[in-house]
Write a protein that binds this ligand. Structure first.
Ligand code: AMP
Ligand code: GLY
Length: 431
């Protein structure tokens, strides 16, 4: 039977989800988002422009198109209770309810949950409801701390002492920033990686590890962003880690799923591979953006079949991946993330991208063309036997089409950066 799938969200991640639904044997796609994403629009039978947090409007649209399934892309929608509202209207949403999404939306809740449930890989942490007390703790703590505002900040609120800022700047940050409530935790040192798990009915299936690049500029410098690009290898691990490291991280995911039997949707684990193995940087309650663009293009299992099994309480299918490497690079507006300049006309399209895949993100389709906004514009993804080949597919696409008014981290997925990661991990492990 064919399913009518409503997708919520209009970024690069959602364009990748849209493609996975469009590639499924039995799925018709409808979508809604606050922007007009031309990539999603071209794959969908209907597209409604509405706020991703407007649960009533989303339910009304889902009902009007006869949705039998919904997939929620962004955390803002989960935080607004869109999954709860769809459920109340008897429409199955792949995405956790608001209470479970707190794993992402409330960092204090997340650490307390890990502590209470004895989830492995939890760094030392302390929670503060006011800046003064947090500042005192920073002054007396022996070692570097990561400072995390409690709520959602689009990946841009965290500051790490000894990495991006000094102790004094950390103290000023907790006293002077717009945030009030903080989690302060032990600074983890190592290499980061992401594992996304498809979770439903107490079962889960994991995808290959991905490494994202948070820093705005080449060489991992500059402010944190939503993620400038990412890569995955042809195996489940990454060049700087072993299969055993991957399995250790999956054990952590296993413990979370066991502690949250009602969780459904993507469980995204952000890990730091330290000298003592993987530790949890954070959990997210949805696909990563950009990581979805590494994972879904190599997923061979029918995505709509997977969603249907989740909805109907059937055993989840084992997932098959194509055993290829992927590289994803975002083109972002000049000045992103601090002073982004919007309004550049985008010159790349699916055809000019050639062997590479194009995923539109925060762009606006107007009558005379597609324009950038103030957030990440579009991603180009290469899929090949090796990371090196995937990387050159991406670079060739950028060279052909140009990137006027845009900026790209050209170092992502290069041999040079990969070797740096491997050397860093060897150094940490004393090899
Ligand atoms: P988050 O918003 O929690 O993903 O944090 C953003 C980034 O801050 C992460 O991707 C890490 O690079 C860094 N970060 C967060 N927590 C820690 C930690 N405990 N130690 C070191 N770096 C961290
Ligand atoms: N890639 C980071 C995120 O999706 O939060």
């Amino acid at each position: 039977m064919s399913e009518t799938v409503l997708l919520v969200g209009g970024g690069g991640r959602e364009h990748a989800i849209a493609r996975a639904v469009a590639d499924a044997k039995h799925g018709e796609l409808y979508a809604c988002a606050s922007n007009r994403n031309p990539g999603i629009e071209s794959l969908a039978s209907g597209y409604e422009q509405l706020e991703e947090t407007d649960d009533e409007a989303i339910v009304a649209y889902a009902q009007s198109v006869g949705a039998t399934l919904a997939v929620i892309g962004p955390e803002s929608a989960l935080n607004a209770g869109v999954a709860d509202a769809l459920d109340a209207a008897d429409i199955y949403a792949f995405g956790p309810k608001k209470a479970q999404a707190r794993l992402e939306t409330d960092k204090a809740f997340q650490r307390e949950f890990m502590d209470r449930e004895n989830i492995p890989g939890c760094p030392d942490f302390a929670i503060f409801e006011d800046g003064e007390a947090a500042a005192e703790y920073i002054k007396t703590y022996d070692g570097d701390l990561a400072i995390k505002p409690r709520g959602l900040t689009g990946g841009k609120g965290v500051r790490v002492i000894g990495d991006q800022i000094t102790e004094q700047e950390g103290i000023e940050y907790v006293l002077e920033s717009e945030y009030e409530s903080f989690v302060l935790e032990e600074r983890l040192i190592g290499e980061e990686f992401t594992i996304q798990a498809f979770v439903a009915n107490g079962e889960y299936r994991t995808a290959p590890a991905v490494q994202d690049h948070k820093r705005a500029y080449e060489g991992d410098t500059g402010p944190n962003t939503g993620g400038m690009g990412s890569y995955s290898d042809a195996t489940f691990a990454l060049p700087f880690m072993s299969e055993g490291d991957y399995d250790e991280a999956v054990k952590i995911i296993d413990a979370v799923v066991e502690a949250l039997p009602e969780y459904n949707g993507i469980l995204y684990g952000q890990f730091m591979l330290t000298k003592d193995g993987p530790k949890v940087v954070e959990f997210n309650a949805r696909f990563g953006d950009p990581e979805a663009m590494n994972t879904l293009p190599v997923l061979q299992t029918d995505f709509v079949e997977l969603l249907r099994a989740a909805r109907d309480g059937e055993k989840l299918p084992e997932l098959a991946f194509s055993e290829q490497a992927t590289v994803c690079k975002y083109a972002v507006p000049e000045g992103y993330p601090t002073d982004p300049v919007a309004g550049a006309k985008i010159t790349i399209d699916a055809e000019s991208a050639g062997d590479a895949s194009l995923f539109y993100a925060s762009v606006d389709a107007k009558d005379d063309g597609i324009y950038t906004t103030t957030s990440r514009s579009f991603a180009v993804v290469g899929v090949a036997e090796t990371i090196r080949e995937a990387e050159s597919i991406v670079e060739n696409a950028f060279e052909r089409t140009g990137t006027d008014g845009l900026r790209v981290r050209h170092d992502i997925g290069t041999d040079e950066l990969l070797e740096k990661r491997i050397a860093h991990m060897n150094e940490i492990r004393g090899r």
